[in-house]
Structures are given as C-alpha cells and as structure tokens.
Write a protein that binds this ligand. Structure first.
Ligand code: B12
Ligand SMILES: *[C@@H]1O[C@H](CO)[C@@H](O)[C@H](O)[C@H]1NC(C)=O
Ligand SMILES: *[C@@H]1O[C@H](CO)[C@@H](O)[C@H](O)[C@H]1NC(C)=O
Ligand SMILES: *[C@@H]1O[C@H](CO)[C@@H](O)[C@H](O)[C@H]1NC(C)=O
Ligand SMILES: *[C@@H]1O[C@H](CO)[C@@H](O)[C@H](O)[C@H]1NC(C)=O
Length: 460
C-alpha cells in the first residue's frame, strides 16, 4: 500500500531533487494541517497564496481544496474585476485603500476577516493577479476560455502600468516583489514575457535596487531569483538574454548566501522559506551547507508561523518544492489524507499588562513630533491591534487609527489622522523601543508588560 502511494506521488510532482528527511516531512505535514485549519474558517476571505501552498503539499483535503478554488474564482469575478483595458484609461494597479475606522470587538482572529480579495473591492494588483494565476495552474485549470484566460492579459497589462510608476519614481508602483511575482506567474503559465519586461527586472537586480527599508530585500531578491530561474528553465528567453538570466540567478544565490545571519536565517525567519525556494528551484540545496543550516533554524522557529500568509510562504520550502514546480503539476493520484489542526484561541488574561504607545511623525507632516505618548492597559495576551483599540477608547487623549486589509492581515495606514501615502513611499513603521523593528504586523504582535511600542511615520 505504502509503496503504491509512493509511486503515485512520483506521478503527481516531478522528482524532488532537494531531499526532505522524514523528520522534516513530518513537520511539513503538521504545518499543512495547521494551514488547513486556518483556511477552513469561512470568515476569512480566500487567499490564492494559501491555495498554492495546499496544492504544493504531499497531503491534501481534496474536497476542501475544490471548494476553496471556487471561492477564489468567485472573488475575482466581482463587479470591479473588469479588465483595465476595457475600462479605457490606465488605472493604478494598487487597490485603493478601503480603510474603515476600527470599532470591531477584539477577538482571537477576528481582525483578518473582512474582504481580503482585491477582486471584490478594488482593482487587483500585479501581485494578486499573479497569485491568482499561480493558483489556477496549481489547480490544473486550463486558461484558454473565458474569464480565466483574461487574467493573463490583465497581468501583462498590470506589469506595464506598474512600470509607468518606475519611470517617474524609480520603482514600480507596487514593488519589485510583486513585479517579480507577475513575471514568475506568466512564466509558470508558459506565457511569453516581453524581453523589455524582463530586462527591467534584470536592471534592477544589477543595480541592487530591491532594498525596501530594512528587512525586506531578501524576500524580493528571492522572488526575483525565482522569476529569473523560471524563465531560464522554461527556455522562454534566447541568446544574450538567456545567459544574462543565468548570471542573474547566480548573483541572486550569492546575495542570498551573503544575507545569512549567525542565526542561520536568510534575512529573517519569514524571508528564509522564500530564499530556500531559490536553492530548491536551482537544485543547489544539496551542495549548500547554508541551506541545511537555514532549514534547521526554521524548524526551531515553526511556532513563529501563526499567520496563514506566512505559513503559505513556508510550506513549499518545507516540502522541498518551489513555485516553479507548479508548472509541472498534473493533479492526479493525490493523497487525500490531510486532517485539519484547528487553531486554539487563548482567552485573554488573566490580569493586565501595561504598555506605552508612542507615535512619532516628522514635524513637517504633523503638528507635533510626538502626537501621542500614553500608557495603555490591556489584558495579558493582547495583540498590538488590541492595544491600539484600547487606546482609541481611552478617555482624554484620543488615539485614532485606520487599517487596510491585506493578505497578511490588517496593515496600519493612518495614525492620528495622518495617512501614510504609498505614492510618497511612506508607511507607519512598527518598532519596539528603542529601535527594534517588529517582524510581524499589528494583529500578530503580542506586546509584553512594560514594553514601549513606537508607531513611526517612515520612508521605505
Ligand atoms: C513590500 C513589502 C512592504 C512594503 C509595502 C508597501 C509597498 N511598497 O508595496 C512596506 C515597506 C511598507 C512594508 C511594511 C511592513 N512590513 Co512588509 N513586506 C513587503 C513584502 C516584501 C512584499 C509584500 C507584497 O507586495 N505582497 C504581494 C501582495 C500580492 O500581497 P498583498 O497582501 O496584497 O500585499 C500588501 C501587504 O503585504 C502589505 N504589507 C506589506 N508588509 C506587510 C506586513 C504586514 C504585517 C501586513 C499586515 C501587511 C503588509 O503591503 C502589500 C502591498 O500593498 C513582504 C514579503 C513577503 N514575504 O510577503 C514583506 C512582509 C510581508 N512585511 C513584513 C513586515 C514585518 C512589515 C512591517 C510590519 C515592518 C515594520 N516593523 O514596520 C511593516 C507593516 C507595518 C504596518 N503599517 O502595518 C513581514 C511580515 C512577517 C509576518 N509574519 O507578519 C514580511 C513577510 C517581510 C519579512 N520577511 O519580514 N512591507
Ligand atoms: C552579476 O554580478 C556581477 C558582479 O557583481 C555583475 O558585474 C553583473 O552585472 C551581474 N549580472 C547580473 C545579470 O545581475
Ligand atoms: C519567535 O517566537 C519567539 C517565541 O515566541 C519570540 O520570542 C520571538 O521574538 C519570535 N520571533 C519573531 C521574529 O517573531
Ligand atoms: C484590567 O483592566 C481592566 C480595564 O482597564 C480593569 O477593569 C480590570 O480590573 C483590570 N484587571 C486587573 C486584574 O488588573
Ligand atoms: C513619553 O512619555 C514618557 C513619560 O512621560 C517620557 O519618559 C518619554 O520620554 C516620552 N517619550 C517621547 C518619545 O516623547
């Protein structure tokens, strides 16, 4: 029986060149089960990155996956998801902020819930379109007919409008991570990508332009590397371009290796799985001690992966797969054995913690350099979002804020009525005093008693 399953497995996905030891495979199964448990919550909007991760796993709940796929498609066929071309003039590829003031009751996972799919509320971004295309390929869905086929056109168009931002601002309107994801998705679908579209990303790689404030370069470097590797392996480029792509893949690998810290991570714990994917995609993990060190560090840190989007980026690497493997999926003979592990929601408390909340803003943009500085009391186990909500209800010194939903959860957009405008490359950076950048967002970060949290309007 087992031998049969193993044989079937070989039919489903190409031979895994980066071997996965049994103890790692067991951990991968557990994380799959956790992701399934999170995805099952119907209050969460369907997320194509989660679907892709479930599909790239060895163990499945096929009925659930089918249902989830239907939800994904549905989200992209909302009233606003018409083609930008059909709509006449170019539109900004990023969805408009649809922020709402926070007044919802705090709950364990209640904050990730509202409409995440851009297809419903605004125009899908390059990144969303790309993830949707990857998801459809991972479902072995043909694209040629109808609305789905249209997605390719929309993504190609989105890559162009994204780029018009770069002529003015020196970077795509979204970011190089999404631009890379867009090229990768077209490549995985085996669609031609214009040479110039590729050359823009190559030039950015050559000029080291992926840094986005601290701690975001590795994710982007890895995603660009995956796009280059895919184009190279699919032989979608010829001649000089092909050899430049090969060189770019080598350069990316080198930079990722250089980004490995003493803790073993490539960048931080959350960028490490994406970096590992590049070594998997280029089949260079066996020879890399660095890869094994990173994986060992990751296995020690699985508890940090509670955010479903983060888990979705982790899983392929744990299974020894990369997004490039989506291109050769057959969707047959899959093991329909996955059982969900549902998240345990800890009740708040007992007892309270007190934290200090400080807002910092350049004088030019705000009346005061420090428009807010108060201590806030919340039940033990609260998130930073709970702190912000408590502060907004706390008497005299009214704190105000707004968030925008993203695939990673609520993104803080506005604090004390000051909106961080992405056109100006500003964002509300989260720090723990004196100067430690938080590595998770407001809904996931759990402050400790006595901690000072800083919301600082910054440039990226
Ligand atoms: C680009 C980027 C940014 C840009 C976003 C603006 C832009 N130029 O597009 C900037 C620099 C502003 C940014 C900020 C932050 N980021 Co960031 N970001 C990314 C990156 C590289 C790509 C995101 C993307 O485009 N995804 C593709 C599209 C399809 O998905 P999307 O959901 O539509 O994308 C939007 C959201 O992801 C949102 N976003 C970006 N970062 C974060 C972080 C959190 C926690 C949330 C809720 C949303 C969010 O901005 C995207 C564009 O609108 C990812 C890397 C990764 N591995 O995913 C890190 C990443 C998501 N960011 C991360 C973090 C920690 C942050 C900050 C919390 C850092 C800080 N200490 O302040 C802040 C967010 C603070 C806030 N105001 O809520 C972590 C999240 C880890 C985790 N488990 O939660 C990641 C994974 C990087 C990493 N390896 O640590 N980020
Ligand atoms: C690769 O790196 C070398 C050395 O830094 C550089 O000269 C070259 O332009 C890079 N090539 C690409 C395609 O990034
Ligand atoms: C990972 O989790 C540990 C234990 O909960 C925590 O101390 C650490 O700060 C977390 N790291 C990140 C990057 O979130
Ligand atoms: C915690 O704070 C709440 C509200 O601020 C208060 O009503 C409650 O008595 C506090 N509990 C403890 C144990 O201090
Ligand atoms: C915030 O207030 C505390 C207590 O009043 C003070 O010690 C601290 O320096 C203030 N922080 C800033 C950034 O102004």
């Amino acid at each position: 029986m087992w031998r049969l399953l193993v044989l079937l497995q070989a039919v489903v996905l190409p031979a895994q060149l980066c071997e996965v030891p049994e103890e790692v495979a067991a951990q991968a199964r557990t994380m799959s089960a956790r992701l399934l448990g999170l995805a099952e919550d119907p209050a969460w909007e369907a997320n194509p990155s989660i679907y892709v991760a479930l599909r790239l796993a060895d163990d499945h709940d096929l009925a659930f996956e089918a249902q989830y796929l239907a939800r994904l498609k549905d989200a992209f066929q909302g009233p606003h998801s018409t083609s930008p071309q059909a709509a006449g003039q170019p539109k900004r590829p990023l969805p408009q902020p649809h922020a709402a003031p926070h007044g919802r009751a705090p709950g364990a996972h209640g904050h990730h819930r509202s409409a995440v799919a851009a297809g419903k509320r605004g125009r899908p971004s390059t990144g969303r379109l790309a993830l949707q295309l990857l998801a459809l390929r991972a479902a072995c869905q043909p694209l040629d007919a109808g609305a789905e086929g249209h997605l390719v056109t929309r993504l190609k168009y989105s890559l162009e409008t994204d780029w018009t931002g770069s002529q003015r601002h020196g970077h795509p309107l979204t970011n190089y991570y999404q631009y890379s994801l867009g090229i990768l998705a077209l490549c995985v679908q085996r669609k031609q990508v214009r040479e110039e579209v590729i050359r823009r990303l190559l030039a950015a790689e050559q000029q080291d332009r992926f840094s986005l404030g601290h701690g975001h370069a590795v994710d982007t470097e890895a995603m660009a590397g995956l796009a280059f590797a895919c184009l190279d392996q699919a032989q979608l480029a010829r001649g000089a371009l092909a050899s430049e792509l090969q060189e770019a893949v080598r350069n990316v690998s080198r930079k990722l290796l250089q980004a490995q810290g003493h803790d073993g991570f490539f960048g931080n714990v959350f960028s490490t799985p994406l970096a590992m994917q590049l070594f998997i995609a280029t089949n260079t993990c066996e020879s890399e001690l660095a890869y094994n060190r990173a994986r060992a560090a990751l296995l020690q840190s699985l508890d940090n992966f509670t955010n479903p989007m983060a888990i979705s980026q982790l899983l392929p690497a744990l299974y020894g797969r990369s997004y490039l493997d989506i291109a050769s999926m057959h969707c047959q003979g899959e093991r329909d054995t996955l059982q969900p592990i549902r998240p345990v929601t800890q009740p708040p408390g007992p007892g309270n913690i007190t934290v200090r909340l400080v807002v910092e803003c350049p004088k030019r943009l705000c009346h005061h350099h420090v428009p807010y500085n108060q201590s806030v009391s919340v039940p033990t186990g609260s998130s930073l979002l709970d702190v912000l909500e408590a502060a907004s209800k706390q008497g005299r010194h009214a704190f105000t804020f707004k968030t925008q939903d993203s695939l990673y959860g609520p993104f803080l957009t506005t604090v004390m009525k000051v909106e961080a405008k992405w056109q100006e490359r500003r964002y509300w950076q989260l720090l723990s005093a004196p100067d430690t950048r938080l590595q998770t967002g407001i809904a996931d970060y759990k402050p400790h008693d006595g901690e000072t949290l800083i919301l600082r309007l910054s440039k990226w």
